[in-house]
Write a protein that binds this ligand. Structure first.
Ligand SMILES: Cc1cc2nc3c(=O)[nH]c(=O)nc-3n(C[C@H](O)[C@H](O)[C@H](O)COP(=O)(O)OP(=O)(O)OC[C@H]3O[C@@H](n4cnc5c(N)ncnc54)[C@H](O)[C@@H]3O)c2cc1C
Ligand code: SF4
Length: 331
């Protein structure tokens, strides 16, 4: 590990200034991803600016409705908050499906959004990786890629985004709020992760030096009718092979609101907009759920060894929508 400086920021402005004044400086949340990557030499920050004690934690009501979750709120606290559990159950389920209790006690909401891929070649300095060194190549395309992307990938990178939390946030149309020295801004989660294109190293739409301050969840009664389901290679402590966050709101026998977001299949949470369109304002039947699940994966381009993800994702969508529809019948 290279030498680096450490400082604890006293306020948001101090944190922004510390990063702006020191090229190569990085914010430190719980450190559960950044520090691991420093140990293996993938990340080499000159300075860590610890933001965990900034007054950016906690969950509060948004004046316009919905909830605001502070960026330094731990994954455990966000998952356990009574209003998150009641109004956005898929978010609690997604958070609890991630990592382990100890990690969730350290990991922050801001850090979770910006955690980096778990592609094995990304952390292996002896192999080419366009995400680590742009232009060096992608070892995964001809190598081990059974858990890589089936949607939205390019010849430059086929990695997936590892966050469970971000998949649920995508289904809820969450917005990421940030601060820069020039002022505050926000980015809808749907635009937070740029498409892979030919620059897989460019992983977020945040301006340089921006500090994530919060994630805002728009108020919607439909959020309560949501679920998250994750398939993984072990029962716990493993990243998603495929995951689905779904919302289904049925009134008078018709689907009024539906959202489907997929994890483990692309470089970012994948919202299945065309599948949602097939379901909206129609009866929630098993046939429609199957058709929508097929539509959700219609653009899939599996690699040599991960075609199973297409079937898995379709089955997961169909099953989750079916379960939500059953729950709706009981309301
Ligand atoms: C063994 C293991 C298993 C795991 N399993 C899962 C899993 O199943 N599902 C899952 O979703 N995750 C999993 N994780 C990942 C874990 O959720 C992330 O490591 C964690 O959420 C990152 O949060 P952090 O606060 O520790 O981020 P850090 O490691 O502190 O930071 C990560 C990145 O975010 C940046 N950053 C942090 N805070 C801010 C901010 N406020 N503004 C701007 N930039 C910021 C940092 O500079 C860094 O680039 C696992 C991790 C481990 C080690
Ligand atoms: S899939 Fe992406 S992260 Fe993995 S080796 Fe290829 S370029 Fe690197």
């Amino acid at each position: 590990m290279r030498e680096f400086a450490y400082e604890r920021a006293a306020g948001v402005r101090e944190a922004l200034t510390a990063v702006a004044d020191h090229p190569g400086a990085r914010y430190l949340g719980g450190g559960t991803n950044l520090v691991d990557l420093m140990k293996c030499g993938v990340e080499e920050p000159s300075r860590l600016v610890d933001v965990r004690r900034l007054p950016l934690d906690g969950v509060r009501e948004a004046p316009e409705g919905g909830l605001v979750i502070g960026a330094t709120t731990t994954n455990s606290d966000a998952a356990a908050h009574p209003e998150v559990r009641r109004r956005f159950p898929a978010l609690t389920q997604a958070l609890l499906a991630g990592a382990s209790g100890q990690l969730r006690n350290m990991a922050t909401v801001g850090g979770n959004l910006l955690q980096r891929t778990r592609c094995g070649y990304f952390a292996d300095l002896s192999r080419p990786c366009n995400k680590r060194i742009p232009g060096s190549g992608c070892a995964a395309i001809a190598g081990v890629h059974h858990n890589h992307a089936v949607l939205g990938h390019t010849d430059h990178c086929v990695a997936t985004h590892p966050s469970d939390m971000a998949v649920a946030l995508a289904a809820f149309d969450a917005v990421v709020r940030y601060e820069t020295l020039d002022g505050a801004g926000e980015i809808p989660l749907s635009r937070f992760y740029p498409p892979v294109g030919d620059r897989p190293d460019q992983e977020s739409a945040l301006p340089p030096g921006a500090l994530i301050t919060a994630v805002a969840l728009p108020g919607t009664a439909a959020g309560a009718r949501s679920r998250y389901r994750k398939v993984r290679e072990r029962a716990s402590y493993a990243f998603a092979t495929v995951s689905v966050a779904a919302v289904l709101d049925v009134h008078d026998g018709m689907v009024r609101d539906v959202r489907i977001a997929l994890g483990g299949v692309a470089s970012h949470p994948w919202r299945a907009g065309s599948a949602e369109a097939l379901l909206r304002d129609a009866p929630p039947t098993a046939d429609r759920f199957r058709t929508a699940a097929e539509e959700a994966l219609s653009a899939a381009k599996p690699l040599r060894d991960n075609g199973y993800k297409v079937t898995l994702a379709q089955n997961l969508i169909e099953a989750l929508l079916g379960e939500l529809a059953e729950t709706e019948k009981g309301r």
